[in-house]
Design a protein. Structure first.
Length: 256
């Protein structure tokens, strides 16, 4: 993987009039004809002027009408207020609006954007944003380059939620997948993460069942070769995932 987006934020073109500012915290914007629609609004409010300039430079000097938040963690909403102040934009997330399970559609000539609730993997408010004409899918923090997206115990219910949600995400067949943080990727990474997660559950359960100690298990479960280049995976995400699975396995909450 070329470079760490932590060092150099970059504005990527992912469709005609459709852009992603790739950094530690990602955001996107697209031209909807007579207005601009934003997805997510970063952690650092001091980036306001830089971001507004990048939007105007790339998509033109149009008003921002909607800001869609994949969820309302602080690192996805800090510029919400700036968009309201400058454009009287409408902020749309699971706290400010009712979004039907089938999703809320935003349409312009030549482009559809659909905001779809997929709660439970990371927060109860998770939504994904799907642009079918562009093949672009914003998944918020449901995909975290190897991270298990929930901070809580890995229960049987959470496993089911992850399995069902990822199956839905993969079904979109997106060519560009935008995670909440780090490099953009594709559907292949979503598929690979599910395989990794299943492998982790199985391997850790087997070793725990064989009476291995925590440190023996941690040492034995090394990162898969093909995932070593994943963003910050080898540095800490793999170890974090092993630790979460191990904790849940020891407590016997993983379910079948
Ligand atoms: Zn989050």
């Amino acid at each position: 993987m070329a470079g760490d987006p932590a060092d150099t934020p970059v504005v990527l073109t992912v469709g005609e009039g459709f852009f992603v500012r790739q950094a530690i915290d990602n955001m996107g914007w697209c031209d909807m004809g007579d207005y601009i629609l934003i997805v997510d609004a970063l952690e650092e409010s001091h980036l306001e002027n830089e971001v507004m300039a990048a939007i105007a430079d790339s998509a033109g000097d149009k008003p921002v009408r909607y800001v869609l938040n994949t969820h309302t963690h602080y690192d996805h909403v800090s510029l919400n207020g700036a968009f309201v102040e400058r454009f009287d934009a409408e902020i749309i997330n699971q706290r400010t609006a009712t979004i039907e399970p089938a999703g809320r559609m935003f349409e312009s000539p030549g482009r559809k954007i659909c905001m779809i609730p997929m709660p439970g993997c990371h927060t109860r408010e998770d939504c994904v944003i799907w642009a079918p004409d562009d093949g672009v899918l914003f998944v918020g923090d449901i995909f975290g380059w190897g991270l298990i997206p929930s901070g809580g115990l890995l229960t049987g219910d959470l496993r089911l939620c992850l399995r069902d949600t990822y199956a839905r995400l993969v079904d979109f067949g997106a060519s560009v997948v935008v995670p909440g943080h780090g490099p953009v990727c594709g559907t292949g990474e979503l598929v690979r993460w599910v395989e990794y997660f299943d492998w982790l559950l199985e391997t850790v359960a087997e070793l725990a069942g064989a009476g291995k100690s925590d440190s023996e298990i941690t040492a034995a479960v090394t990162p898969p070769e093909d995932m070593r280049g994943w963003w910050r995976f080898e540095a800490w995400k793999h170890a974090d995932a092993v630790s979460k699975v191990l904790t849940s396995a020891r407590r016997g909450v993983l379910g079948a």
